[in-house]
Design a protein around this ligand. Structure first.
Ligand code: ATP
Length: 341
């Protein structure tokens, strides 16, 4: 079933929640106000300016995962309508799988055509509703085309916000109807200070060095860093969380194993390579993670020439594509180590 919500998310640390199931930290610490959004100063500044006129255009937010796109539109909607009215004024569709043309024709159109009046409640409450289409890049082309007409027909009473990772997958006629906002991966300083805040509030025993590791491993994805922190906290409770513990939870391949693979590759001995790859796969490390760390190791190797590095990068790219297409991890790694001789 498609996840259709007339906006109902956990209301945060102080909000009314069922006591039995505490919210995951990614939801609990989702920014409630536009000012709480870290690291997206330009997008937030332009949106705030636009909000002052209370005449929002259709919006298109794009950028990498966990950079605050959904949080920003939800915070904006909360500032426009307040915590009560938001439930009836915002429709959020967030499943990637069932967003064919029928859904656009029925659910979206039905919600879009309902007229609302301006209400007085201490918030701007403009006389239109907002429809958030999360993961819009996974909508079929037909559904995207159908959306064009709906957007135009109901533009006086409904604003659309398309949220996606890959803007190139949004058809041009749809993209050109929206004001575009690019969200960048969060910088390390922002990730660290947000994690610090969570650690203090939740009483997590996490030294600065571990927070640095978390920020580095998350590569600008705030969601990933918070998820890792909460997993570590569940495991270690009041104990000190070390960087090694974070690496273990994140599935980072130990340096020793990468070096064994490198030594096997340098020996050009197939049996040695087969043994090293077999061990890495048996230990359960993901193929993508192994490729990523091998990439860093190869590229920073001072003994390899630029031509060799270019050849290796090509083989890595090929293996990565095959893995994305569903190929066998063991065979791809073996192929890479032999092809990159
Ligand atoms: N800029 C940010 N400032 C503060 N917290 C953030 C920010 N970006 C992400 N987060 C945290 O990460 C969680 C996920 O963020 P959000 O859903 O907004 O990401 P997204 O960019 O929409 O990701 P996706 O593309 O995967 O949908 C939030 O609940 C919040 O806790």
């Amino acid at each position: 079933m498609m996840a259709t919500t007339f906006f109902s998310r956990p209301t945060g640390p102080t909000g009314a929640q069922k006591p039995a199931q505490p919210a995951p930290w990614v939801e609990k610490y989702r920014p409630k106000k536009m000012d709480d959004i870290s690291s997206q100063e330009e997008a937030v500044a332009v949106l705030k300016r636009t909000m002052e006129s209370a005449n929002l255009p259709h919006l298109l937010f794009y950028g990498p995962p966990g950079s605050g796109k959904t949080s920003t539109i939800l915070a904006l909607a909360r500032e426009l309508y307040g915590p009560e009215l938001i439930k009836t004024r915002v429709l959020e569709l967030n499943a990637s799988d069932e967003r064919g043309i029928d859904i656009i024709r029925m659910k979206v159109k039905d919600f879009a055509r309902v007229t609302v009046s301006q209400s007085v409640s201490g918030y701007p409450c403009p006389p239109y509703k907002i429809i958030i289409l999360d993961e819009a890049d996974s909508m079929t082309t037909d559904a995207q085309s159908a959306l064009r007409r709906t957007m135009e027909t109901y533009s006086k009473i409904t604003r659309f916000c398309l949220v996606c990772n890959y803007v190139s997958r949004i058809i041009e006629p749809l993209a050109s109807r929206c004001a575009k906002f690019r969200f960048k991966p969060l910088d390390d300083v922002s990730v660290r200070s947000r994690l610090q805040l969570i650690c203090e509030t939740e009483g997590v025993n996490c030294p600065a060095e571990t927070i640095e590791t978390l920020a580095r491993l998350s590569e600008g994805d705030m969601r990933r860093s918070i998820m890792l922190l909460q997993s570590a906290h569940r495991l270690y409770r009041t104990d000190v969380i070390t960087s090694d513990a974070i690496c273990e939870i994140a599935g980072v391949v130990p340096t020793q194993m990468i070096e064994t693979l490198m030594a096997a590759w340098q020996s050009k001995d197939f049996h040695r390579i087969e043994a090293a790859v077999g061990e890495a796969v048996r230990d359960g490390y993901s193929g993508a993670q192994l490729l990523s760390q091998l990439h860093d190791r190869f590229i920073s190797d001072p003994h390899l020439t630029s031509a060799q590095k270019a050849k290796i990068a090509q083989s890595l790219g090929h293996a990565d594509k095959c893995l994305t297409d569903g190929a066998d991890e063991h065979l791809q790694l073996l192929n890479l180590m032999v092809a990159a001789f």
